[in-house]
Ligand binder design. Structure first.
Ligand code: ACO
Length: 326
């Protein structure tokens, strides 16, 4: 059978670093609170010259370089994002143009923090159908523009960045083994940007209420996140006949280090089997998994044969898993 393999990964983080100590000067919070409750020490914030599409394009260039794939060889560009430069054209089309990927179709995929994982699953289906295809999957966000910098419940959590992966097909016994997608729209209100779709006209009153910003019921989201992530982790393990400790590296969405600790405990993994970089970047939504994959890859933690479990959770709610053999 044909499987999809990741030929190359890349990431791009904005220049500006915002530390917990910087945040202490902006809202009523402390480095101690943020570090112990979330594991975050700093995050990156995009400047005016670093729109989503630019971060995404740079991450893509690095992934293409590693893969040894020319942009004109790409058949499809998928960008998981909820913070596109513009609703139209999509960020995927901006990236397609910037790269000169003349032969590729391109679309944005909306699944909040699960966007990259959903994109990976879509790419996998295309490639299983035609193993010669080359697909670029990106997760890219500029959440800082949708963050209320006066709300300490949310502004300490998020950061900006982009990550990318280039995939193609193989007949070897490796690559993406299975993907598992879930959603529960009944819980959408717990994590939302209420005001920037077409449901409401953007009026001064709407902006006054802060409906252009991310709103989150943090502790409710936390409860659902741990339950859903553990559930889908076991689903992916069972689908492949793996036990918890068959996983060599867990690459999960970086939303809170306590969520990662919980998963490590439940799956029976050791500390070095769980990838963590939330301390440096905060929660970068759809970008967090591809940034983590790229860092793990460049650090030599993804040798051929490494069994990787990817787990994602985000607004919607959406969540999912991918099991792969690197
Ligand atoms: N600094 C100091 N105190 C704070 C801060 C802060 N930055 N933020 C909240 N607090 C206070 C609260 O006001 C509250 O005070 P009170 O008890 O006097 O009311 C207290 O700290 C505890 O607040 P909780 O929200 O209960 O704290 P909790 O331990 O749940 O941590 C957090 C909050 C970090 C947000 C956590 O709930 C979390 O990580 N939730 C899940 C996030 C997540 O997984 N999101 C999914 C993906 S995100 C996406 O899709 C974009």
């Amino acid at each position: 059978p044909t499987r999809s393999i990741i030929l190359g990964t890349g990431a791009c983080l904005p220049r500006k670093v915002l530390t917990n100590f910087d945040l202490e000067k902006m809202v009523d919070t402390s480095d101690e609170w943020i570090t112990t409750r979330t594991g975050i020490r700093q995050r990156r914030i995009a400047g005016d010259d670093e729109p989503n599409s630019r971060l995404a394009t740079e991450a893509a260039r690095r992934a293409l370089d590693m893969a040894g794939v020319h942009p004109r060889e790409l058949d499809l560009v998928i960008v998981g994002t909820m913070t596109p430069d513009t609703p139209m054209p999509t960020t995927a089309c901006l990236v397609q143009h910037a790269l000169g990927a003349k032969n590729a179709g391109a679309f944005d995929l909306g699944a909040a923090c699960s966007g990259f994982l959903y994109g990976l699953s879509v790419a996998d289906k295309f490639i299983r159908d035609n193993r010669r295809l080359k697909v670029l999957v990106i997760g890219s966000e500029v959440l800082s523009r949708r963050t209320n910098w006066q709300d300490r419940n949310t502004c300490v959590l998020f950061g900006d960045g982009a990550g990318a992966a280039v995939l193609t097909g193989t007949r070897e016994d490796r690559g993406i083994l299975s993907t598992h997608l879930h959603a529960d729209g009944s819980l959408g209100d717990l994590l939302t940007i209420r005001g920037l779709g077409t449901a409401h006209p953007v009026t001064p009153e709407l902006l006054e209420k802060g409906w252009q910003y991310i709103e989150m019921q943090g502790s409710e989201v936390f409860k659902h996140a741990v339950r859903s992530l553990e559930g889908v982790a076991w689903e992916a393990l069972e689908a492949n006949g793996w036990r918890g400790d068959d996983v060599d590296l867990l690459v999960a969405h970086q939303a809170n280090v306590r969520i990662l600790d919980f998963l490590r405990d439940r799956l029976g993994l050791s500390r070095d089997q769980v990838f963590i970089n939330i301390d440096k970047y905060g929660n970068t939504s759809a970008a967090s998994i591809p940034i983590a994959l790229d860092e793990a890859n460049r650090a030599g933690r993804l040798a051929p044969g490494t069994r990787v479990l990817i787990l994602a959770f985000g607004g919607g709610f959406t969540w999912g898993a991918a099991a792969l053999k690197w």
